[in-house]
Write a protein that binds this ligand. Structure first.
Ligand code: PFF
Length: 447
């Protein structure tokens, strides 16, 4: 936030495209390109994709719209927003949960971003040239298994994030995401074409798109919901912050729909880039040798090896992936910094470095111990984010008042459309669906 924000005159994005680019910058990141393929691979493929899409439509779009609406109405980030919209109540606890989630997420996110950074440098040195899948796996295990390397690269990444956050997140975000995100999209498309034209690629498409319902377990359902929240940066107030920068005349509905479609599109493209190659290399997703967070790091360099211009594309790809991770990590760190600044009255620069130092400490733990990494990853995405989302839709659906909701959705002149769909979705559909996933995970109901 800039000085203007602190005096409460919010300095808005230049237009809807700027807001969408920034919100999409937070949403699109390692979640789409690193996490989506591996979680899908470990959870049975097509059936997971179907659940994921179902959750996005029924739960995530309503949650995103609710967050944007809270932020724009209050013109404040999530903490101040609840204080203003529901004074004297306990709703601000959602903001506190968001702070906890952002600590946890950044603690493993920065580790993966550090691996990406390291891969970018190795790509620059043409280190992966000619490596077999087994050698690529060995390289991944070696790099991430070292005690100091992941910590050093994580620290570099955290440092860059903090530098951007300390001087206010918006100026940079708007300028760079507009150019770099489309560039990343182009490279992913190129990767898709190469992967699809490898011999034996069709088995990968079948794995991705042909649902095998017998693969669905309680865990799959929870992972699909958690991945949907994680990928769209929902449930912790990030979208509320961006909502507070959207001008009154811009459409929140369009923003939510556009960000969601772009995010899902990129995740599916990442799947199309990865799985045909997995099968073409004679491997099987979800197998012990190919499960977990290493998937894209073991497969992508192999595809670049098979490409004309592979060296050029691989260097560009890994650097752009670092940037995609950065536009997400700054939104994560911003949640904590906003809390320190607004609630604890700490100055912005100091708040940023306190946040960065404490997050780096947690992150170092995740970097050296896979169990801590997994704990942070699962607790934040599968529990904290959906729980935050549940409380947010309940707040907007049942406590905020229809008049305010209508007013915010009216801004684009198409009130009937969004409003009619939105109210039943946030009052009933989304909360019931999230609650059912939780009850199922706890073993209280079975489906
Ligand atoms: N959505 C980001 C990604 O897919 O990489 C990760 C993320 C950012 C999650 C911000 C949550 C968040 F609040």
């Amino acid at each position: 936030m800039t000085k203007l924000d602190q005096t409460n005159k919010r300095d808005n994005f230049t237009g809807l495209f700027g807001v969408i680019a920034a919100a999409a910058g937070s949403a699109i990141g390692l979640g789409n390109i690193w996490r989506f393929p591996y979680v899908l691979g470990d959870n049975g493929g097509g059936a997971f994709l179907l659940l994921y899409l179902g959750f996005i439509i029924t739960i995530c779009v309503p949650v995103m719209l609710s967050e944007l609406l809270i932020g724009r109405k209050a013109q404040l980030s999530i903490f101040g927003a609840f204080r203003k919209l529901a004074p004297g109540s306990l709703w601000w606890i959602i903001g506190l949960m968001g702070v906890a989630a952002s600590f946890m997420i950044l603690s493993f996110y920065a580790v993966v971003a550090g691996w990406t950074l390291e891969y970018a440098f190795f790509a620059l040195k043409n280190h992966f040239a000619g490596m077999t899948p087994a050698e690529l796996k060995h390289t991944f295990d070696y790099l991430t298994g070292s005690t100091w390397r992941p910590v050093v690269f994580m620290l570099i990444f955290m440092f860059i994030t903090a530098i951007i956050v300390q001087s206010g997140i918006k100026k940079g975000i708007e300028r760079y995401t507009k150019i770099l995100m489309p560039l990343l999209l182009v490279i992913i498309l190129v990767l898709c074409v190469r992967s699809l034209t490898l011999d034996g690629a069709s088995a990968g498409l079948e794995f991705l798109f042909k649902p095998d319902f017998s693969a669905i377990t309680t865990n799959t359902v929870m992972m699909a919901l958690g991945q949907a929240f994680f990928s769209l940066s929902l449930g912790m107030g990030v979208m509320a912050t961006y909502g507070s920068y959207i001008k009154k005349r811009e459409s929140l509905g369009k923003t939510a729909v556009f960000v969601t479609i772009t995010d899902v599109f990129i995740a599916i493209l990442a799947g199309i880039a990865i799985f045909p190659a997995v099968f073409a290399f004679g491997l099987q997703p979800g197998q012990e040798s190919l499960e977990g967070p290493g998937l894209v790091f073991m497969i992508l360099p192999g595809i670049f090896n098979q490409m004309a211009g592979g060296y050029f594309f691989s260097v560009l790809f890994f650097f752009l992936l670092v940037i995609a991770a950065l536009t997400s990590s700054i939104s994560l760190m911003e949640v904590v910094v906003a809390y320190f600044v607004e609630e604890l009255k700490i100055k912005r620069v100091k708040a940023t470095w306190i946040a960065a130092a404490s997050m780096s400490f947690l992150s170092a733990l995740s970097a050296v111990d896979g169990r801590i990494f997994n704990f942070f990853e699962n607790t934040s995405s599968n529990i904290l984010l959906p729980l935050g989302g549940l409380l947010i839709v309940i707040f907007v659906g049942w406590f905020l008042g229809k008049k305010i909701v209508r007013e915010e959705l009216e801004a684009d002149g198409r009130v009937a459309f969004y409003f009619r769909l939105f109210v039943p979705a946030i009052r009933f559909l989304a909360p019931i669906a999230i609650a059912m996933v939780f009850l199922n995970a706890l073993g209280i109901i079975r489906f």
